[in-house]
Design a protein around this ligand. Structure first.
Ligand code: FES
Length: 91
């Protein structure tokens, strides 16, 4: 994952996105809270992920919804990099 890139993965039946931005890794729900769109098809910039469908933005670190049409944030997960592998901690 290069800077400002995002990938989607399915872990234990859950759709998760992992993004690298502002030099750090972040993991969060991959499905937008507005309608059905995969955030891993969106754009990462300055610590945010933009939904590809209606351009709603979430803060990668907190999952907070930053603008309309979003009214609800996404869940975020602890993530770490270990020897080139990315590990995500799910509840
Ligand atoms: Fe993501 Fe509408 S589906 S902003």
């Amino acid at each position: 994952l290069d800077e400002d890139e995002v990938v989607g993965a399915e872990i234990a039946g859950k759709k998760i996105a992992v993004a690298r931005t502002q030099g750090a890794l972040f993991a969060f729900d991959n499905v937008c809270t507005h309608q059905y769109a995969l955030l891993s098809d969106g754009f990462v910039e300055d610590g945010t992920i933009e939904c590809p469908l209606h351009q709603g933005k979430f803060e990668c670190a907190t999952g907070k919804a930053l603008c309309a049409p979003l009214t609800q944030g996404i869940a975020v997960y602890r993530v770490r990099e270990d020897g080139g592998r990315v590990q995500v901690e799910l509840p």
